[in-house]
Design a binder for this molecule. Sequence first.
Ligand SMILES: [Zn+2]
Ligand SMILES: [Zn+2]
Length: 548
Amino acid sequence: MSTLKVVPLGGAGEIGKNCTVVEQGDDLIVVDVGLSFPHEEHYGVDIVVPDFTYLLENREKIRGIFLTHAHEDHVGALSFLLPHLKVPLVCTQFTAAMVRSKLEERMHIKDVEFKIVNPGDKVDAGQLSVEFVRVTHSIPETCALAVRTEHGVVFFTADFKFDFSPVDGKQTDMTRLSEIGEEGVVLLMSDSTNVDRPGWGPSESIVVEGLRRVVQQAPGRVLVTMFSSNIHRMQQVFDVARETGRKVTSTGRRMETTIDMCRRLEYLRLPHDLYIRIDDVGKYAANEIIVLTTGSQGEPMAALSQMSRKEYSRLQVAEGDTIVYSARPIPGNEGAIMRVVNRLYKMGANVVLDSDSPIHASGHAYQEEIKLMVNLLKPFYIAPVHGEPRHQHVYNELAQQMGWPEHRVFTLSNGDCLCMDDEKAWIDQPVVWGEVLIDQHGNVPVNDEVLGQRAALAHDGVIVVSLALDVKAGDIVGKPEAQVRGFSGPEEAVFDALDDLCGALAKLLPNEVRDVDKVRVLAAETVRKTVSRRCQQRPVVISVVCEI
Ligand SMILES: [Zn+2]
Ligand SMILES: [Zn+2]
């Protein structure tokens, strides 16, 4: 029997860019192809995607890309992989519809082959096969994947929770989970996002009560900001609107296209006169309107952020409006969110945050739900993923409390090659992996050198030194000059640097002056050193040498 390999190319030790390979002999499948968002030091970077070298090197073996659900951290990087790789995407109808609309923004999708499945379906992939098992999450038709291998089932929980009163009535398929557990799960790849939250997570359906209360008490318009993919939440907003006699409209292109698509495919249930176009808002009193809007994470270009800067022409925030944040801040976004919130207050609006009222419920399992999943599946090995190292650490302790010995719980990092044969499992040499940083203009990766320069520019600014050479005579012409942008050190530091540069240039022999490159390096180095000595700042120094 051949060795079974499970390799996370992203999503292990982080929340984001989920992408995992399962490989046995000549067959390989990919589970999810997601993106993540940049850290604060990623200047000018808009998205981060996994390095796909390993997939491209093994392209002949790939039998399909299997998608658990349509969140960006699971499907957002497809448009960077599919132009280089022609393999079918296997997913549910809802996931396919969301992926199609996202891919259309970036590439021709005529060439992309979709295989549509229903929860419960099994799909062959060479010697492997994949079964889709319904789980509850904050987006419709999320499926865990049971990958059958020669060594047993490798089970991907996907992002899941156990919601016993879900908005769409479709619960996690516990019967099937326990049957698969009986069959024999060799490895559980488990969501660990909320492993540090004790107890059971609240059902999505509790949100309706919080929303109802806020809407009933709101004197004017209510603007609800949330992820445009959270269809269950949207449904609850429509339900509350119907009960309270309000109409619903939406802003933000993604929100509008998602609502249109979900109404067409009947993932949203609403009478047709409940939803109005934004241009018709003026026909109604303020207390007859609810607006669904993007911008829950403080994204600068989202509709709500633009409204807070009075830059959104289609709708202005006014005194008496109530803004409801119905989403959890992604760690790192809190500052941007609060800047928007403060501007909204200054405009006379009231803002309701998650902490004020039950207006949000997480889509990820809390500790007791994770224990339930582990107990149903009874895996031999466990690898917590979809979590940072701190989540993996808590998960490992939890698994050990539940009786799993340490050597059967793996803390994987991206690129790790988790190998299994009939006797044991071990982590082998990592495959080629990494992160590719992409800016808003598209496909050109931003490398570390560029990032380093951007960080230096942002931190200490730039000094441009220019000087002229008479190459024939081997002479410096005139005096060097400096221009400064974004540098906050004392002016004298720059004057001193120029004096030092004059001194250094005076020592050069005529044939040394003729070496333009040498003069350029000398100029930059001398200015950099003097400025750094004088004021402990490290601006970027660029030297420009003109030959006369
Ligand atoms: Zn996720
Ligand atoms: Zn998700």
